[in-house]
Design a protein around this ligand. Structure first.
Ligand code: NAP
Ligand code: F7E
Length: 355
C-alpha cells in the first residue's frame, strides 16, 4: 500500500486529493494545525476512528509549515512515498495584510519541508502547489515558458517556493515537481475567494438572509477550472517517469463580472440589483488577466478539462442552494453525474463548513 503525506489536507484541494488517493488504495496521512475550534469540516465525512481498525486509511497529525521539527518528525514517522505540499496562507488579499507571515509559511515553509526530506534522505516524490499568480502581469496566455512577474506577497512567496523546489530537484536529485495551477474552484472553495463568495451570496439572497453583496474589482479576468480535476493532475504528475513543472488551466478566461452575471442569471436574478462596490476589496496591485496555455499538460499528461466555466458556476450554485435548503435547478448535479464516475460523488461535494 502506497503512503501519501498531504500538508493542507483540511483545505479545498487537500480534501479532494484525499478522496482520490483513498480511492486508489493509498494510505493517506495529513498534517493539520492545532486550533481551538475544529478545522476539519472538509474531511470529516472521510474520517474513520483509528480504533475501529483496518478501515482507517486516513490519519491526521498535528504540525505546521512554520515548525521544522514537526515536519521532520512527521516524515520520519510516516515514511511516505509521496508528499503533496498544499499548505499555504493562500489568500492573495490577506497576504498584503500579513506579508511576513505569508512569506514564512507559503515561501519558507516549502524550504523547511524539502530540507527535512533531504536531511532524512527520504526516497519520496514531492509535489509543490505552485500558482498562476506567479505570472502576475505577464501577458496572456501564460505557459511554462512565461517569465514570472509576481504582484503580491503571496505570489512572491510562491515564486520563492517554486524556485527552491527546482533547486532541490537539480541540486539533490529529489523527484520534485511543481504544478502551476490556475484558479480552481468547487463547492468546497473557501468562502472569501470570489467565486464562492458570489455563489453563497446568491443563495443567501434567495433565502432572504442577505440583501446586497459587496465586491472589489469586477474587471479582473481568471482562468477558472474545477478543483477535483486539478487534484487528479497532481497525482498524475508524480506518477510520470521524470520530474517536471507543468501549467494546468482550461485555456479560457472570464471576468469577475461575467461570473456574477452567470451565477445570478442561473436563478433569474440581475446582479446589478444586488452588487455594490467596496474599495476594501481592491488590492494594492492587481493581476488583471490570467489565461493558461495548457498545451504541455495535454501532450505530456494527456490531460483535458471536462468542466468549464458555465458548468463550474452551475455546480457551485447547486451546492450553495442545497446548503440553504432551497430548490436546486440541478444542472450542476446532472453535469457531474454525466462526466464523473468513481471517486467523485455529488453527495460528498456539499460539505458544510458552518459548524
Ligand atoms: P486552502 O483551501 O486555503 O487550504 C490551505 C491549507 O493550508 C489548509 O489546510 C490550511 O489549514 C493549511 N495551512 C495554512 N497555513 C498553514 C500552516 N502554517 N501550516 C500548516 N498548514 C497550513 O487552499 P487550496 O485552495 O486548497 O489550495 C491548495 C494549495 O494550492 C495552496 O498552497 C494554494 O496556495 C495553492 N493554489 C491554489 C489555487 C486555487 O485556485 N485553489 C491555485 C494555485 C495554487 P487550515 O484549514 O487550518 O487553515
Ligand atoms: O480573487 C477579484 C480579485 O481571491 C479573484 C487563490 O486560490 O487563485 C486564488 O487567488 C479576483 C481578483 O482569487 C472580490 O481582486 C473582486 O482579481 O478569488 P480570488 P485569486 O486572488 O485569483 C490563485 C491561483 C491562487 O494561487 C490563490 O491561492 O477577484 N475580486 N471582488 C475579489 N476577490 C475576492 N476574494 N473578494 C472580492 O470581494
Amino acid at each position: 500500500m502506497k503512503k501519501a503525506l498531504i500538508t493542507g489536507i483540511s483545505g479545498q484541494d487537500g480534501s479532494y486529493l484525499t478522496e482520490l488517493l483513498l480511492s486508489k488504495g493509498y494510505q493517506v496521512h495529513g498534517m493539520i494545525r492545532r486550533s481551538s475550534t475544529f478545522n476539519t469540516g472538509r474531511i470529516d465525512h472521510i474520517y474513520r476512528d483509528p480504533h475501529n481498525g483496518k478501515k482507517a486509511r486516513m490519519r491526521l497529525h498535528y504540525g505546521d509549515l512554520a515548525s521544522s521539527d514537526s515536519l521532520q518528525n512527521m516524515i520520519s514517522e510516516v515514511e511516505p512515498d509521496e508528499i503533496y505540499n498544499l499548505a499555504a496562507q493562500s489568500h492573495v488579499r490577506v497576504s498584503f495584510d500579513m506579508p511576513e507571515y505569508t512569506g514564512d509559511v507559503t515561501g519558507l515553509g516549502t524550504l523547511r519541508l524539502l530540507e527535512a526530506v533531504r536531511r532524512i534522505g527520504a526516497d519520496v516524490r514531492f509535489y509543490q502547489a505552485s500558482t498562476s499568480e506567479m505570472f502576475g502581469d505577464a501577458l496572456p496566455p501564460q505557459s511554462e515558458m512565461t517569465p514570472f512577474a509576481p504582484q503580491s506577497p503571496y505570489a512572491a512567496a510562491k515564486t520563492y517556493a517554486h524556485w527552491v523546489t527546482k533547486n532541490y530537484r537539480d541540486g539533490y536529485g529529489i523527484f520534485a515537481c511543481s504544478g502551476i495551477l490556475f484558479n480552481h474552484e468547487s463547492p468546497r472553495r473557501g468562502e472569501t475567494f470570489v467565486t464562492r463568495k458570489i455563489t453563497r451570496a446568491v443563495a443567501a439572497i434567495l433565502a432572504g438572509k442577505q440583501t446586497h453583496l459587496y465586491m472589489g474589482n469586477l474587471d479582473a479576468k481568471r482562468d477558472w477550472g474545477y478543483a477535483p480535476e486539478y487534484v487528479e493532475v497532481m497525482w498524475r504528475l508524480l506518477q510520470h517517469d521524470e520530474p517536471m513543472d507543468i501549467v494546468i488551466g482550461t485555456g479560457e478566461s472570464y471576468s469577475v463580472r461575467e461570473f456574477l452575471e452567470e451565477a445570478f442569471g442561473y436563478v433569474a436574478l440581475d446582479y446589478r440589483d444586488y452588487v455594490k462596490i467596496d474599495k476594501h476589496y481592491f488590492r494594492p496591485t492587481e493581476v488583471d488577466y490570467l489565461l493558461a496555455d495548457p498545451g504541455k499538460a495535454r501532450t505530456v499528461l494527456g490531460w483535458e478539462p471536462k468542466i468549464r466555466f458555465h458548468d463550474l458556476v452551475r455546480i457551485m450554485m447547486d451546492a450553495d442552494l442545497e446548503l440553504q435548503g432551497l430548490d436546486v435547478p440541478g444542472e450542476g448535479k446532472r453535469l457531474l453525474a454525466e462526466r464523473f464516475d468513481g471517486w467523485h460523488r455529488w453527495e460528498d461535494q456539499v460539505v458544510s463548513m458552518d459548524k
